[in-house]
Ligand binder design. Structure first.
Ligand SMILES: [Zn+2]
Length: 422
């Protein structure tokens, strides 16, 4: 591949700032923004503000109101502290504006780390620490890209709105959802820096959690005919769910999945997913169980809609009503997301990502959900997600989360190539 002179120059500039880039990331990792509880949001926002001001941004702390936080606390245990988010804007008088988003919270460290999760440790060609890939690496890269553009007088082709928000990892109502509801996302396009660097993601599944409570009647286990065994009766529900699962998972979206997924599963497009993931019931070995609770999730493709998904679920269980006492509860979460891969904006991101990483980045979809889907359902913005880490190697949400220094640097180049005026 022949390098353009400009790319070589950019390589040199980014190489020269490697230590400072790692320094930015270390500062961010040191603030333990894990949620729950999410107690250090104000600290991380305060740390970012001077950097963004130096790059010419107007910064605003956006705090989610108490009454919304109270409602979140009903769904998620252990939240505490103010829900502080950052909105930074820079209007350079351009025709188009771009919103850039990712989240500042991380999942708790968990067990089995071989390094201190809240300090950035360099080993070989990688950096280790909670959030280096998901998603503080992209925040550090953005700080560096903006600084380089400032120092080298590289003009941005967009007016920028940077939304660095919190509570993404609890999956209920994130800071970004609040931004969308308050009308704070206004760009012609939206770049989501949360995700992986294997492809430019244009599609995600929607999520619906469900719960089924099967009721029985407790009695002494030596005279089971006097009661109703809720666990044994739950088998009928499980059989119905199994049939529903088979039907649901035969469907396929038009959105492509990642090359990795194709390699592992043979599938070429994203699919709906249906899982039974939790089961609980019973009191004691010698008591006939009075109830059994089944829980799981249903992830639905962009071509399906929430109401149909709920109806289908309830209809699949309806025939059991005559022989079984049970209740069904559906809890819809984030909607699906889909941006046409032919959108000009997707091509822009794909071109910059491919050039910066020196390898073709395909357009992909994922079977998980994103809070961005909620946001763009409100705003209608064309969105795609391209992140800094590797879904295969970074072990996001696990022990020893890591990132290649090369990927971090390439991400700085990606941002500059995407933003600079051409
Ligand atoms: Zn993330």
């Amino acid at each position: 591949m022949k390098m353009e002179p400009e790319k070589l120059e950019l390589d040199e500039i980014v190489d020269a700032t490697e230590d400072e880039l790692i320094g930015y990331l270390s500062e961010l990792v040191r603030v333990p923004t894990f949620v729950p509880p999410g107690e250090y949001y104000e600290e991380i926002v305060d740390l970012l503000i001077p950097h963004l001001r130096d790059s010419g941004f107007r910064c605003e702390r956006i705090v989610v109101p108490e009454e919304i936080v109270e409602r979140m606390k009903e769904d998620v245990a252990g939240l505490s502290g103010e829900r502080v988010n950052l909105l930074a804007t820079r209007d350079a008088g351009n025709k188009h504006s771009l919103d850039i988003y990712t989240h500042l919270d991380v999942v708790p460290a968990g067990e089995a780390w071989t390094t201190n999760p809240y300090s950035t440790v360099r080993s070989g060609d990688r950096l280790y620490g909670r959030g280096v890939a998901d998603s503080k690496g992209s925040v550090a890269a953005l700080m560096m890209a903006l600084r380089i553009m400032n120092e080298h007088k590289i003009r941005s082709r967009y007016n920028l709105r940077v939304a660095l928000t919190t509570d993404e990892e609890i999956g209920v109502y994130s800071g970004l959802c609040y931004f969308a509801d308050k009308g704070l996302l206004r760009g012609n396009y939206l770049l989501c820096m949360d995700g992986d660097n294997e492809g430019v993601c244009v599609a995600t599944n929607g999520v619906m959690n469900w719960e089924i409570v099967v009721n029985g009647k407790a009695c002494h286990s030596s005279t089971p005919f006097l009661g109703t065994n809720a666990i044994e009766r739950a088998k009928l529900v499980m059989d119905a769910l199994k049939r529903l699962k088979e039907r649901v998972e035969r469907r396929e979206s038009k959105a492509p999945c990642s090359p990795f997924m194709t390699r592992v599963t043979g599938q070429k497009h994203i699919k709906p997913v249906f899982n039974l993931t939790m089961i609980s019931g019973g009191v004691k070995e010698n008591i006939i169980p009075p109830s059994c609770v089944l829980r799981g999730d249903r992830r639905y493709i962009p071509e399906e809609n929430e109401q149909d998904v709920v109806d289908e679920f309830e209809n699949a269980l309806a025939p059991l009503k005559s022989e079984l006492d049970f209740e069904v509860h559906c809890h819809p979460g984030y909607p699906p997301m889909y941006t046409d891969p032919e959108e000009e904006w997707v091509k822009e991101v794909q071109t910059a990502a491919s050039a910066a990483f020196g390898v073709h980045k395909p357009v992909t979809g994922v079977q998980g959900g994103l809070d961005v889907a909620y946001a763009v359902q409100k705003t209608g913005q064309p969105v795609c997600a391209f992140g800094v880490g590797s879904s295969m190697e970074s072990n996001a949400h696990g022990a020893d989360e890591n990132i290649r220094i090369e990927d971090l640097k390439n991400y700085v180049k990606f941002l500059i190539m995407l933003l600079r005026d051409r």
